[in-house]
Ligand binder design. Sequence first.
Ligand SMILES: [Zn+2]
Length: 484
Amino acid sequence: MVYLFVAIGLLVLLLGFMSIKTILFSKREQYGEIIHSNGKVNKNEIVKKLQDAIKIQTISNSDLSKTNYLEFEKFIDYLKKTFPLIHKQMNLTIINKYSLLYHWKGSDSTKKPGMIMAHIDVVPIEEGTENEWDVPPFSGQLKDGFVYGRGSMDIKIHLITAMQACENLIKQGVIPERDIYLSFGHDEEIGGSDGAANIVKYLKKEKISLDFVLDEGGAVNSGAIPSVKKAFAFVGVTEKGYSNLKISLTATGGHASTPPTNTSLGLVSKVICKLERNKMPKKLPIVVKNMIELLGKEMNFINQFIIANLWITKPLFMKIFAKPGTNGEALLRTTIAPTMANASMEPNVLPETASFTVNCRILHGDSGSKLLKHISKKCKGMNYRITNLRMEEPSNVSNTNSDFYKVLSGVIKGIYDETAVIPYLMLGGTDSRKFESISRNVYRFTPYYIPLEDMKRIHGTNERISVDNIVNCVRFFETLIKNC
Ligand SMILES: [Zn+2]
C-alpha cells in the first residue's frame, strides 16, 4: 500500500513538473529587432518585368543536347536591357557562357561581401499536362491578380525582384556598406555542376569569402500546423544529404516463353520491397528539434506538453510526428525512394540484367556510409551490385546568431507583420550548398507568402505568383541590402 502511495505521489510530482515546463515553454519569447521597409515600388513596372522574364524559355534538361541555349542568351540580353543602371554600376562576369556573377562595390572594404543567389533555369512542363494550365505556361499572363507561368515561383521572381531592388537603390544613389554579389546559375534544376559549381571555383580563385549567402528556399507559409492559422517564415539553415544509387542484378536471359522462377526484374523488385519495408531508423537532429520547439509554441496544450518534455516523451513524439509519407517523417529519417527502373527492351525477351535507381536524402547524424551499410544489411544474400552515382553528405548547419541572420529575420518580420521566423532543415536541395566552402552562413529563403497547399504549384501545373508577393519581394530585397 505504501508503495502505491509513493508511486502516485511521484507520478503527481512528475506531471506537475512537466506542466510547469510546458507553461514556461509556451511563454518563451522570440527575440529580435523588427526592421521596417519604407521603399515605394512601381507595381506595374515590376509585374511587366517578371512577365517578360517568364516568356523566355530557359528550360534546363539533363540531356544537355536538348537544351536550347539561345533562350539563355536571350535572357542575358533581356537583363542587360531591363536593368541598365545595374549594368553600369556593377561588374558582370559571365561564367561558363550562361551563368552570371554581378559584383556591386560597397562603401566599406573592411566588411566581407555578401551574396544573393537565384537561378536562371526552370523545369520543363511535364508532357501531356500543357492543357491543364489555365493560361499557356510561358505566356506570363496576369490573371486574377497573379502572374502565371513556369518560373514565377521557382525562381525568376527571386532573380527579377532582387535585380529590381538593386536597380531602385542605384537610382536612389544608395551604395551598400559591404560588397554585394548577385549569383545566378543556369543549371540548378539539373544539379548546378556547370553553373554554381564554377561560380564557386571562380570566387575561390579570386580568394573571395562571403559573410553570408542567401538563396531560394523556405518561404512564409500558412497551414504548416493544422488548426493554426498563423503564417511562419521558414528559413533553411541546412539541407539533407543527397544520393543516387543504382542497384542491378543479373539472371538468365532468353525467350520469355520459358521463364525461370525469378527473372532479374523479379529479383530486383524483391530488393525494392525489402528497402521499402526496412526504412532507416528515425532520429531527432538538433536542427529539427529547434524547429519543432519554435513551432510548438503555437500549438495546443497537449502538443506543447509533449514537445516541452521531449526528454521523456521523445518516443511518443517520434511516433506521432513521423507518420509514413509525411514531411514529418522526411525530417526525422534518411529516406530511400526507388524512382527509376530498367530491364528488357522487348515484352518477349527475358532481361539478363535489371536495375533500379534509388534517390536518397541523408539526414543529419546519418552519412553516405551508414546508408550503404543499411542497404547491405537489409538486403543480405540478395546478390545485387550497387553503383554510387552521386553522394553528398548533409550540409553544414548555418548559425542563427550571426549578424546577417538577425537582419534577415528583422526584415522578414517588418514585411510580414511580425511573423515568427523558424530556422529549418530543407528537404530539397539548392545550389547554395556549393558555397559552404566560402561562407559559414548560408541561408535559404524566398521572401514570398504562399499557403502551404499552393506550394505544389512549384514544378507543377498553374505555377503563379500574386502581384502583392512580387511587390513584397522587391521591398524585402531593398530593405535587406540597405541593412546587411
Ligand atoms: Zn529553384
